[in-house]
Ligand binder design. Structure first.
Ligand code: NAP
Length: 336
């Protein structure tokens, strides 16, 4: 089988394709014929050696991928041959609160999905909705679940409340789509004005181009009366404006705490002094969260937004394209 491994960290030259023997599933394991995989910001951080969780040397990258069960070891009960599955980001985190025993991640400390076949414990995978193509099905594990967790974590926003999403990467667009499913109103901020129409077409009720309105926090607050929930993917570049935009008792789910150069988010004291906003954090989500999200996706026949699809042999090109940052939705790599 053909498999990519990260043999060195630092740049894309470290991503190398190898031919390896097909693994045989052991007890409670499944062998998945991977049909597509997709990229998240964390995959570029793992490649560049800046991810907070140290990756294993020679790891098969990417948490996100979809395929069918090709073989099953003794004792497998969750799946049968031919079932369509995707992996769970924190493979060992089934439910409840995150704790130190469940930090292992696909594509970081456990071999991931950028491979012709992936060997997974049956507990690390979930079944996929039927209406999704392979490319679509390969996009939910990290960005989808993160957006879902941000919206359904502590308190689900009520219909009519305002949700703010930032940028047009995977997390932001899933958050936009899920917030619309929940009957919320959505404001979107983008650094590229030319994306405004596409954000509106996805259901954004209000779109602000940050370059044209750098003080967008006050503008949003005036127009909406205050944002109820911010899905904060921008980090230090946007956090202060998100706080200004928030309603008195608003909530900010802070997903990005530092930018790619290591600059951290700073809380502007003068603004926060006048605010009762709750700032919370999360790490993607558990397997039960993934299953709950996919049930909603199936019910509403929701389709993810795909920016571009690359052939398996061009995985390095896919990384390069994603790293440039000018994406609208998910960057997908087709199966081998
Ligand atoms: N805590 C967690 O569990 C968790 C989970 C997943 C992701 N995250 C974080 O959430 C953020 C979003 O992740 P993502 O995978 O959805 O997508 P992403 O690729 O980081 O987001 C891309 C979007 O960000 C905007 N952007 C602006 N300047 C950028 C630049 N210099 N480089 C890249 N993007 C830029 C762009 O939108 P516009 O062109 O519209 O401005 C772009 O489409 C990341 O910081 C990631 O680390 C956290």
């Amino acid at each position: 089988m053909r498999t990519y491994r990260l043999e060195e960290f630092g740049d894309i030259e470290g991503l190398v394709m190898r031919k390896e023997a097909l693994p045989k599933p052991g007890a409670n394991q499944i062998l998945v014929r991977v049909r597509a995989a997709s990229l998240n910001r964390r995959d570029t951080m793992i490649l560049n050696g800046t991810y907070p969780l140290a990756p294993r040397a020679g790891i098969v990258p990417l948490s996100d991928g979809a395929g069918e069960v090709a073989a099953a070891g003794d004792g497998v009960t969750r799946f049968a041959i031919g079932d369509r599955v995707t992996g769970s980001y924190f493979a060992r985190w089934i439910d409840g609160r995150m704790h130190p025993c469940v930090v292992d991640q696909l594509g970081c400390t456990l071999d991931g999905m950028l491979s012709e076949y992936a060997l997974l414990d049956e507990q690390w995978a979930v079944r996929l909705p039927d209406h999704l193509s392979w490319q679509e099905a390969a996009t939910f594990t990290c960005a989808g679940l993160t957006a879902w967790s941000a919206l359904t974590g502590a308190e689900i926003p009520k219909p009519g409340q305002w949700v703010l999403v930032i940028g047009s990467g995977g997390v932001a667009l899933f958050a936009l789509q899920f917030a619309k499913l929940m009957g919320c109103r959505v404001a979107a901020v983008t650094s590229r004005a030319e994306k405004a129409d596409r954000l509106r077409a996805l259901g954004a009720d209000l779109v602000i181009a940050a370059a044209e309105t750098p003080e967008w926090g006050m503008k949003l607050r005036e127009v909406t009366g205050g944002i109820d929930l911010v899905v904060e993917t921008g980090g230090p570049a946007t956090f202060a404006q998100s706080l200004i935009a928030s309603s008195l008792y608003g909530r900010i789910v802070l997903l990005t705490v530092q930018d790619q150069k290591g600059k951290p988010v700073e809380i502007p004291g003068a603004v926060y002094q006048r605010s009762l906003v709750t700032i919370s954090r999360l790490f993607v989500g558990s397997r039960n969260g993934l299953e709950a999200m996919l049930a909603a996706v199936a019910t509403h026949r929701l389709k993810p937004i795909i920016d571009k699809v690359f052939p398996f042999a061009e995985a390095r090109e896919a990384y390069r394209h994603f790293q440039l940052g000018d994406v609208f939705g998910k960057v997908v790599i087709d199966g081998a």
